[in-house]
Design a protein around this ligand. Structure first.
Ligand SMILES: C[S@@+](CC[C@H](N)C(=O)[O-])C[C@H]1O[C@@H](n2cnc3c(N)ncnc32)[C@H](O)[C@@H]1O
Length: 268
């Protein structure tokens, strides 16, 4: 059981593995017995998968600035009452869980957990060449926008909520964001891509890697423009802002499993 936990498996996955092992334990190579074991196993797996996923306590979770609903759906999958919020329509297929509005008024409501993905365009290191159009020269307009984005970010950072996570890419130093708690990569959560992602956590443990992949490619195109000038660099996968900022399912699943288990444990 502990081995399974280490690999980031859910309790359901561990139970399924254990059942399969026991059913096939005294498999004899006899064709008839084998067929019976296979049938029993398939039936049990179907039964376990169809059982409702009801946690001991349903957490009320707000996923702020999320149109993809990836994190919201990962919490719903575990039976929690999660809502995504974005000023844009959702693209995750569950408008009934989406609050299409400015998130700020929702921060006055009591939530068990708030996870925020505030806009990063003007703060991210990936935008260095626009912040510094010439070496050593700071774009005042860009800097002003970065400070507005920082003010919005700090609304989550200073929230009066016991459990808060903020996710953003690596920011430019000049923006002056607080020090992050943790740096993660999609390839540590079973996604074959690299994209340094920072987490600012309050009342939550660091995420534990669930499935580290050795082979991965950059998610973001190189911001130096070197590739297009034939100087090497990386072409990346994400070529529009929406794709670039989507949360990876592997990371969302780890957030939902690890953080909901933690909160249910400490709030017992
Ligand atoms: C960096 S993207 C995060 C996308 C997210 N990772 C996802 O998978 O959907 C920032 C999002 O914040 C949204 N946003 C910006 N200002 C907002 C506000 N005041 N209230 C709610 N959402 C806002 C944007 O529309 C955008 O979708």
């Amino acid at each position: 059981m502990l081995e399974g936990k280490k690999k980031g498996m859910t309790d359901r996955e561990i139970i399924k593995g254990e059942l399969k092992r026991r059913i096939f334990e005294d498999y004899s190579g006899d064709g008839e017995k084998d067929a019976i074991a296979q049938g029993t196993c398939a039936g049990l797996m179907w039964f376990i998968d169809s059982m409702p996923k009801t946690p001991k306590k349903r957490l009320r979770v707000l996923v702020a600035c999320e149109e993809s609903q990836t994190v919201c759906k990962a919490f719903r999958e575990l039976g929690h009452e999660a809502y995504s919020c974005d000023i844009e329509d959702c693209s995750g297929g569950h408008p009934e869980w989406h609050l299409k509005q400015d998130v700020l008024p929702l921060l006055k409501i009591e939530w068990d957990l708030i996870i925020a993905h505030p806009p990063c365009t003007y703060m991210s290191k990936a935008g260095a060449r626009w912040m510094y159009p010439k070496a050593g020269e700071l774009s005042q307009e860009r800097f002003r926008k970065s400070q507005e984005a920082k003010e919005f970010f700090l609304k989550f950072y200073n929230l009066d909520c016991k459990h808060v996570a903020i996710e953003n890419p690596v920011p430019l130093k000049v923006v002056g964001l607080p020090k992050p708690t943790q740096k993660i990569q999609p390839y540590e959560f079973g996604e074959p891509y690299s994209k340094a992602t920072l987490l600012w956590l309050k009342g939550l443990p660091n995420l534990v890697a669930t499935n580290v992949l050795d082979n991965h490619v950059p998610w973001m195109p190189s911001n130096t423009g070197g590739f297009s000038r034939g100087q090497g660099g990386s072409r990346g996968i994400a070529h529009d802002q929406r794709t670039a900022s989507k949360t990876f399912e592997g990371i969302a699943k780890a957030m939902a499993e690890q953080w909901s288990n933690y909160i249910l444990e400490v709030e017992k």
